[in-house]
Every structure is written in structure tokens, then in C-alpha cells.
Design a protein around this ligand. Structure first.
Ligand code: CTP
Ligand code: MG
Length: 229
């Protein structure tokens, strides 16, 4: 069997509309650095990952080049973001294809999940590195879930067997490219792979790997980063 290599792909071409800030959220300050710097630095610090590709919007005028000179050995910037997250990922996969072999692993990670730790990434790689399909970090749902209709509860949804999907989501380059071409309107990579009839592995992570979406999440993320270890 040939040895497979590991790459990271970080979609960062979103506008951050739910944050309601004047800058896309990936460029807001978090713990004294641009938010996007945190996840990129973590992925670059994972020894097994060869290169980290970040996908920016083609007209992005905010990328802070000087913040990343220490990561230059592993980090590559791709200005090929699309109209949706799935399109940004698909474009990134295409741009990587000269360097990445069809069976190499690609770990797709949201730029907005700034509190990702090296431990999170290594536990995913450990659990999925020999898997035939691939897998994702996720957490079991803790709260009781309600389905809403017109502001009132229409039903209680059993939470057994329900998980919240996080990133990284780890699949082989060819499988993920094929899956996204066949199912371009998915909201995560696992969704695309599931549409091929395959069953990605769930790897338990924890709530510190939150996605910064609303203003309050910035404060939570700062607290998590300040109190780690
Ligand atoms: N993303 C992307 N290309 C898009 C939309 C989103 O690369 N066309 C990226 C975002 O930059 C982010 C990740 O996908 O790192 C997860 O998306 P989300 O948290 O929804 O970010 P935004 O789409 O920017 O925020 P919002 O949905 O609030 O507008
Ligand atoms: Mg979005």
C-alpha cells in the first residue's frame, strides 16, 4: 500500500453576515490576532499535515499577509472562493490537485472554528486515518430538541443518536471532489459523501471547537483560548 499524505483546506471566503460586523468575521480581532490566524496556525502545527491551503474570495482586500510570514513553509493562499461554502471547497480541491494525490487525505476546516486544537486534529487523524470512507469531528446533542411552527412547539425531536457536525471533516481528495460535484448544495463535506451512499465515521470532539457565528461567540472563543491548559 502506498503511503497517503495529509493536507488541510480551509474555506474562508464567507462574508460573515450573522456577525453583523463591518469586516468579514475571519478578519475580526480574536485574542489579539485576526480570527483566521488561530485555526491556520493550529493546522500548520500538526506534524502530519504537509500543507495548509486557505481559500479566500477572489476580491478579498483584507488578508493580512504580514500576520502569516512564520507559517509560510506550510501555508498556501488560494483566491478561488465561490458563492457558497461547498463551492469554495470544490474550487480549492481543484486548485490543489496538482500537488495532492487522489488518495491523499484532505481535512476541510472552517476558518471560523478558531479554537481548534492540535489534539482535536490528531484525534480525528488517529480515528480515521485507516478508514475506507473518512469521518468528521462532532459532538452528541445534549439538549432536548423542539420542532417549531409559527413560534410554538410542534413536536419534540428525540435526541438519541443525534450529533452536531463540526470540522475538520476528513476525506480522500478524489472521493470528496466526486461527492461535491454530484451534490453541490450540501452544507458540509460529510453530506456530500453521504449522498454517494457512504457512511462517514463520527469522532467525538467537544464544545470548545465552536464555530464563531454571532458576536457572543467571539467572547466565548476568547475565553476558551485564554483558559486552555
Ligand atoms: N465560506 C466560504 N465561502 C462561502 C461561504 C462561507 O469559504 N461562500 C466559509 C466561511 O468563511 C467560514 C466557513 O465557510 O470559514 C463556515 O461558514 P459560516 O460560518 O457560515 O461563515 P459565513 O458564511 O461567512 O457567515 P454567515 O453564514 O453568517 O454569513
Ligand atoms: Mg454561511
Amino acid at each position: 500500500m502506498s503511503t497517503t499524505s495529509y493536507f488541510a483546506l480551509v474555506p474562508a471566503a464567507g462574508g460573515g453576515s450573522r456577525m453583523g460586523a463591518s469586516l468579514p468575521k475571519q478578519y475580526l480581532s480574536l485574542a489579539g490576532r485576526p480570527l483566521i490566524r488561530h485555526a491556520l496556525a493550529t493546522l500548520c502545527a500538526v506534524a502530519l499535515i504537509e500543507r495548509v491551503y486557505v481559500v479566500l474570495s477572489p476580491d478579498d482586500a483584507h488578508w493580512p499577509e504580514d500576520e502569516f510570514s512564520d507559517l509560510a513553509a506550510k501555508l498556501r493562499v488560494l483566491r478561488c472562493g465561490g458563492a457558497t461554502r461547498a463551492e469554495s471547497v470544490a474550487n480549492g480541491l481543484r486548485a490543489m490537485s496538482g500537488v495532492v494525490a487522489v488518495d491523499d487525505w484532505v481535512l476541510v476546516h472552517d476558518a471560523a472554528r478558531a479554537c481548534l486544537s492540535v489534539d482535536h486534529v490528531e484525534s480525528l487523524i488517529r480515528a480515521v486515518g485507516n478508514d475506507a470512507v473518512g469521518g468528521i469531528l462532532a459532538v452528541p446533542v445534549a439538549d432536548t430538541l423542539k420542532r417549531e411552527a409559527w413560534g410554538r412547539i410542534a413536536a419534540t425531536v428525540p435526541r438519541e443518536d443525534l450529533w452536531q457536525a463540526q470540522t475538520p471533516q476528513m476525506f480522500r481528495h478524489r472521493m470528496l471532489s466526486t461527492a461535491l460535484a454530484a451534490a453541490p448544495s450540501v452544507t458540509d463535506e460529510a453530506g456530500a459523501v453521504e449522498s454517494l451512499g457512504l457512511k462517514p465515521k463520527l469522532v467525538a470532539a467537544d464544545a470548545t471547537n465552536l464555530k464563531v457565528t454571532y458576536p457572543l461567540d467571539l467572547q466565548l472563543a476568547e475565553w476558551i483560548l485564554a483558559n486552555r491548559k
